[in-house]
Design a protein around this ligand. Sequence first.
Ligand SMILES: [Zn+2]
Ligand SMILES: [Zn+2]
Length: 346
Amino acid sequence: MADVGEAREGRKGKANEPDASVAQPGESAEDFGFRDEKGYWRPPYPVAYAPLFQRPFRPGKILGWLFGWPGYLWPINLFFAALAAVTWYYLQPGLLETGTIAGRWILFIYIRNMAYLWIIYGGFHLVLYTLKLHGTARKYAPKWQETGSKKFLFRNQVYDNVFRSAVLGAAFWTGWEVFYFWMAGRGLMPLIGIRSNPVWFAVFFLLIPMWREVHFYLIHKMIHWKPLMRTVHHVHHKNPNPGPWAGLAMHPVELLLYFSVVAIHFIVPSHPIHFLYNSQLTALTPAMGHHGFEGPLFKGWLVTGSYFHYLHHRYVSCNFGEATVPLDKWFGRFFHGVGPYRTRQD
Ligand SMILES: [Zn+2]
Ligand SMILES: [Zn+2]
């Protein structure tokens, strides 16, 4: 973490450029960061992986990461665990109904999922882009979203991203859920009860986010293979300057592969709440990994954002995974975001 002096020096060096990353009164030096000659912001510290995989092994640090704020559990994963439980108990057609394909319950799930998307993605867009309540402080790319460019549907980056995420994304997300609940309703899914398997019920919640990172890494590396990059993944990479709606702005083939992370529940015994937790994390957290700002925002109240992934959008050949399991480090494609672009293993 940089000290105040370093942060000040960074700001002073850009005397000709209004430094939009200047913190609000009362915020600490960590909120300052720097902008390079092209105006791209970076935090005053390199991106770091979760302490779980850092060596030497530090149990105290790991416990802090596990239970601290922001940490592995709080606030994101526990929020989504609660959302999955609320969905299962109050907003999910029962398995007796879903065992038979019918428009009524399928439409219900599609509308429910659309509503979640609009609340989460729309909420971030409203606060950070429409109302611009955080200005450009801690905003990674110097510009706002593009308009008038032929590369986007409707010649508008936001409209393109909204259509791909809210319409196509919601359809693929719902498709996987319908398939799962139809199979579960017919008794073809390996389901467990909470009371009969309380330990596995709890442990699987901890493992699902890590499984998601491994799956995402593998799928993502695969679609960076040139023929698939040209035909499929280029759609997502039209957004070097992402906003929340860029999160699911993907080619349909990528959406199909991306949501296949939930297929693990077809094999590994689990509860439908695990399935919903997995599918909702997959559908809704990209808003937080693409909104273009790096948390903490609003004096620490909002901790989301993924500078790690913004670096992938800018440089393309680094940071294919996420920031918990250090897969990119192990395979030599990690860039921590400080200094000239260079991927590394250490
Ligand atoms: Zn992305
Ligand atoms: Zn990519």
